[in-house]
Write a protein that binds this ligand. Structure first.
Ligand code: ADP
Ligand code: GLC
Length: 477
């Protein structure tokens, strides 16, 4: 049995801004099912919900600050969650990265530096918990200083650093290095220094024993300049320590047979019932209620990564085609405004909901026929997997985890019953529109469409295989 400490900035259902939370909410329980001793550590944010109030366990002093550790559990599991309680940093309303007005926390470097120091103390069993992990599994830049700080310790646990997204690196002016009182040995180009600045993500990438990312294709892509954001050289240098392990999904939260958020549950054997979710969704969103019109959906952060500009460039053409479109998302203000204009112009055909809404997200997955995910890059992506499980065929761009989890509909894949969606190559509006048209042709062929839905629904996206791959990795180090 391995003792594994999972360090993260978000965990579903306690607090979530994206897929990282989904992963941390489901991978540790999957490892627990493999009889491993896994615990999660994250900041005790003001906005945490859906868990029992944290019980005080101890106070740890780092960098002249007294920080409390509280203990709760991941709901519906026996995974312990330690909450790093420091109200001066985490006690104000907002999400892990932005304040309530949507502005990045001005002291975000201080926040996650403090967090990393506490994780390091727990990892070294200096937090009076009588528990020392064999492996510390860090996620994204917010935890990047942990492998760096641990590299200075004797008898330290092994470290794994998982990159969920190379686009976010935690880079600060060099003065932050001194201000955060970081050990001088870490300041060099093979350490935390990045072109004269302090880079948190480099802490993970330079010092962790193993680096993983969340799909095999993204693991290859980030070794190239297009996806590596200047760190491709370091990743190529460390390629023997780098691997891609595809994310699983929480098959109890995302299950069309039991989903409590959707009006009508269904399975691959009762697919006729799916249409009731479609008409209910059309009614809820003010679209023309029509069981036959192909209904497209999209849920996601409205940022460049997700290829929303491609959608915007296609929306006028889409509005002139026999289809409807339902979008749920939030993010970039200028993207939000442009999308809302289309909603106003075509209220019966296009629905845009700005905001974060889990209930509606489930209803869209169950209610739409086709899910759009034209991402410019996508480390893994979860919605294309949720979609397939809900018999909602995804249209995805050929990148990252999208390429690894969707099988394009072609004569051969139709024949061997593996086709489960539509894949296009170019990040251009023309290529997206082409894929939409190709999809509409097949949507009109009902028996074939039904078979594609079944192919998609029968795929195994559970954590079983990937959790075993992480376990193998933990054992190797
Ligand atoms: P990323 O982590 O890059 O945002 P993923 O596809 O891995 O992308 O995960 C996104 C997760 O966040 C999914 O569970 C998705 O359903 C959810 N999500 C994103 N935006 C919203 C929203 N506006 N409302 C509800 N859920 C959302
Ligand atoms: C990131 C990526 C997304 C991935 C998620 C969970 O936010 O953008 O592709 O699915 O992390 O690993």
């Amino acid at each position: 049995m391995k003792k594994i400490l999972f360090a993260t900035s978000e965990t579903h259902p306690l607090i979530k801004t994206g897929g990282l939370a989904d992963v941390v909410g489901s991978l540790p329980p999957a490892l627990k099912r493999l009889e491993q001793d896994v615990r999660i550590v994250m900041p005790n944010y003001h906005d945490i919900k859906n868990c029992e109030p944290g019980r005080y366990v101890c106070t740890i002093r780092v960098n002249n600050s007294d920080v409390n550790l509280l203990e709760t559990r991941l709901p519906d599991s026996d995974v312990i969650v330690w909450l790093v309680d420091f109200p001066a940093f985490f006690g104000t309303p907002g999400n892990p990265y932005l304040d309530d007005d949507g502005n990045p926390w001005a002291n975000i470097g201080d926040r996650f530096s403090l967090f990393c120091r506490i994780v390091t103390e727990i990892a070294m069993n200096r937090a009076y918990l009588d528990w020392k992990p064999d492996v510390v599994h860090c996620n994204d830049w917010q935890t990047g200083l942990v492998p760096a700080l641990l590299s200075l310790e004797e008898h330290r646990p092994a470290t794994v650093f998982t990159i969920h997204n190379m686009a976010y690196q935690g880079v600060f002016p060099s003065a932050a290095f001194t201000q955060l009182n970081l050990p001088g040995q870490l300041w060099h180009p093979d350490g935390l220094e990045y072109h004269g600045m302090l880079s948190f993500i480099k802490g993970g990438m330079s010092y962790a024993d193993r680096i993983t990312t969340v799909s095999p294709t993204y693991a290859r892509e980030i070794q190239t300049p297009e996806f590596g954001y200047g760190l491709e050289g370091l990743l190529a240098y460390r390629r023997d320590d780098l691997s891609g392990i595809i994310n699983g999904i929480d098959t109890t939260v995302w299950n069309p047979e039991t989903d409590g958020y959707i009006p009508n549950t269904y399975s691959s054997k009762t697919l006729d019932a799916k249409v009731n979710n479609k008409t209910a969704l059309q009614a809820r969103l003010g679209l023309t209620v029509d069981p036959d019109v192909p209904l497209f959906g999209l849920i996601g952060r409205l940022v460049e990564q997700k290829g929303i500009d491609l959608i915007l460039a296609c929306l006028k053409d889409m509005a002139n085609m026999p289809l409807q479109f339902a979008l749920l998302g939030s993010g970039d203000k200028s993207i939000q405004v442009k999308l809302q204009d289309f909603d106003r112009l075509y209220p019966d055909k296009i629905s845009v909901t700005i905001g974060y809404d889990e209930n509606l997200a489930h209803q869209i997955e169950a209610g739409v026929d086709i899910f759009l995910m034209p991402s410019r890059f996508e480390p893994c992506g979860l919605n294309q997997m949720y979609s397939q499980r809900y018999g909602t065929l995804p249209i995805v761009r050929n990148t990252g985890g999208l390429a690894d989890t969707v099988v394009d509909t072609l004569p051969a894949s139709i024949h061997n019953k593996t086709a489960s969606g539509f894949v296009f190559n170019d990040a251009s509006p023309g290529a997206l529109l082409e894929a939409i048209k190709r999809c509409l042709v097949l949507y009109a062929q009902k028996p074939l469409w039904r078979q594609l839905q079944k192919n998609a629904m029968q795929k195994d996206f559970s954590w079983q295989s990937s959790a075993n791959q992480y376990l193998t990795l933990y054992r190797e180090i």
